[in-house]
Design a protein around this ligand. Structure first.
Ligand code: BEZ
Length: 304
């Protein structure tokens, strides 16, 4: 059994069609069918039910698919990693969610650069879901995101849980006042959530904070990104719930109030490819923790 047999079989199983799989693989259909036949002969079992439309896997086929996919992911990681190890000049490509840029990310990047001037740091703004794809495709080496998604090829470390705050325009009836606000005081306010896509996203974390408190906001408007939400808040179109780092944005027409609910926290996660043990990653993590230590921020205890 060769790797190409695995790739071909996974394509056929995912596309549920030999024609579409052949197109995806850029090969003709007869050689593809021959390869699958060879694979079945080699294993001595039937993987795809004969004469059934739409195409259906046998029990053995479903088992093979479930194990072939992680194997192919591992081969892909091995390739990316080997290329990375073999590179003479060092680079570290970092994906980050926009909110971290207004908080501690710049301090952490500066700390890393001071300690490791030989490493070129590249920064890419992307959502957590986009970071996971970019990690697997080797476009980034580290992701700083907010979703605790399960993916066996990704190693994640929970850095901390960040408090959420409410962003309002200064003339809003809830903008003044002492102390923080509770989610139940916000349910009748037009709520701006971001990003609209890809999901799940920070928008779902905000909505989950309401539902965990047994609440549902009356009006929810989904917007493309953080900056749009803040612009609309400044225009008096609604309120937004954001991580407290966003206060670093210093918008002239936006004020912030703390959220007191116990569910109003958003995690910050450090994600890397499972097999990637390059020193740059450990050094980046050390830079993160060194900024936390300077600011007296406790590290999360939970390890994911
Ligand atoms: C933080 O705010 O804790 C943070 C921001 C960017 C990267 C890592 C951590």
């Amino acid at each position: 059994m060769e790797l190409r047999h695995l790739r071909y079989f996974v394509a056929v199983a995912e596309e549920k069609s030999f024609t579409r799989a052949a197109e995806r693989l850029h090969i003709a259909q007869p050689p593809l069918s021959r390869q699958i036949q060879q694979l079945e002969e080699d294993l001595g079992v039937v993987l795809i039910e004969k004469g059934v439309r739409p195409l259906r896997l046998t029990e053995a086929g479903a088992f093979f698919l479930a194990h072939a996919k992680p194997l192919l992911d591992q081969v892909h990681d091995l390739r990316t990693m080997t290329q990375r190890v073999g590179k003479v000049e060092r680079t570290l490509s970092i994906g980050f969610v926009a909110s971290t840029l207004y908080g501690l990310l710049p301090d952490m990047i500066r700390r890393f650069r001071e300690r490791h001037p030989e490493v070129e740091v590249l920064l890419h703004e992307m959502t957590t879901v986009e970071q996971l794809r970019a990690l697997k495709e080797g476009r980034i080496d580290v992701g700083f995101g907010r979703l605790k998604s399960e993916d066996p090829s990704i190693r994640r470390i929970l850095l901390r849980e960040e408090r959420m705050v409410v962003a309002l325009y200064p003339g809003h009836r809830l903008a003044g006042g002492e102390g923080g606000l509770r989610l139940r005081e916000l349910i009748h306010e037009p709520l701006l959530v971001y990003p609209k896509a890809p999901r799940p996203s920070f928008a779902d974390q905000v909505l989950a904070a309401f539902s965990e408190a047994n609440l549902a906001p009356d009006h929810v408007q989904e917007v493309r990104e953080l900056q749009i939400a803040m612009g609309l808040v400044a225009a008096g179109q609604g309120i937004a719930i954001v991580p407290e780092s966003v206060q670093g944005m210093h918008h002239r027409h936006v004020v912030y109030r703390e959220l007191l609910d116990k569910h109003a926290f958003s995690p910050i996660l450090f994600s890397v490819r499972h097999m990637d043990r390059s020193p740059e990653l450990e050094n980046m993590l050390a830079a993160v923790y060194s900024v936390y230590d300077d600011l007296g921020i406790p590290r999360a205890k939970e390890s994911l």
